[in-house]
Design a binder for this molecule. Structure first.
Ligand SMILES: Nc1ccn([C@@H]2O[C@H](COP(=O)(O)OP(=O)(O)OP(=O)(O)O)[C@@H](O)[C@H]2O)c(=O)n1
Ligand SMILES: C[C@](O)(CO)[C@H](O)COP(=O)(O)O
Length: 234
């Protein structure tokens, strides 16, 4: 079976969180948010290596986490780029050459369920590209710059996309190469693969796999940790 690499992107500034410390380093329970995320993948037997992509000024502290939390699968701690896509690309360049499958995951999504990681990976192994997602609960409107509603897409076809996103490595590399050639910037990796013409499949996850983004996510994250996804609750 081909090797599995994981890229954890954590080089963002967390501007929407508005804290002095970037959100991935805020304490959640006893540990920084990013450490929760790393431990999750460290404890998945099928994972061969983890590439951790962080801010240029955080490489040293994160190398410290790798030591102190015994994150033995983290083979590289790298400086990321200006956009998430640049950070993923740097991670791709660092993966071992014989890696066949890659999972890309946000450092600020510490609550993904193990079972959903396996389901997403299995779908990718079958169809080359898969992402976790949940159906949207609200009615979504397309609104113009004057705040006038333009249209209402059919909710049955709307899904909120999460990570991990799982791909055959050669496919994701090709997608990033093409995006770079075309100067295309996307907000997730699936977008880059979609524009190569390859179908990306959605695997239904759950609503606890939040991306910690704004201040109101913090008490919600503490609650999820205490009640749903703490030690031994996966
Ligand atoms: N240049 C960047 C930007 C984002 N990320 C990572 O991508 C994930 C999802 O991004 P987001 O939640 O938007 O994080 P930030 O970019 O940090 O947040 P904001 O947009 O509020 O500044 C995060 O783990 C973030 O650290 C990254 O590795 N490199
Ligand atoms: C990849 C992602 O988490 C999917 O929901 C999301 O697009 C990243 O968000 P960002 O705010 O664009 O970094």
């Amino acid at each position: 079976m081909g090797k599995l690499g994981v890229i954890i992107v954590a080089a963002g500034k967390g501007s929407r969180m508005g804290t002095a410390e970037s959100k991935q380093y805020l304490q959640l329970g006893q540990k920084p948010i990013l450490v929760h995320t790393l431990q999750l993948f460290q404890n998945i037997h099928e994972v061969n290596e983890i590439i951790l992509v962080v801010g240029g000024n955080d490489v040293e502290r994160c190398t410290g986490y790798v030591q102190s939390y015994a994150l033995s699968k983290v083979t590289h701690v790298l400086a990321g780029g200006a956009e998430r896509q640049d950070s993923v690309r740097r991670g791709l360049e660092a993966l071992e050459r014989d890696t066949e499958w890659v999972l890309v995951h946000d450092g600020v999504r510490p609550f993904v369920k193990r079972e959903h990681v396996f389901e997403c990976l299995a779908m990718a192994k079958d169809r080359n590209a898969a992402v976790l997602a949940v159906p949207v609960k609200d009615t979504i409107k397309i609104v113009d710059t004057e705040k006038r509603i333009q249209s209402t897409p059919d909710r049955r076809s709307l899904w909120a996309i999460q990570t991990p996103q799982a791909f055959r490595l050669s496919l994701l590399q090709e997608a990033h190469d093409r995006a770079s050639q075309d100067d295309f910037m996307g907000t997730d990796d699936a977008m880059l693969v979609e524009r190569t013409g390859t179908t990306v499949h959605v695997v239904e996850g759950d609503y606890y796999n939040i991306k910690i983004t704004t201040p109101e996510d913090l008490p919600w994250a503490e609650w999820i940790l205490q009640n749903v996804r703490g030690e031994g609750q996966q």
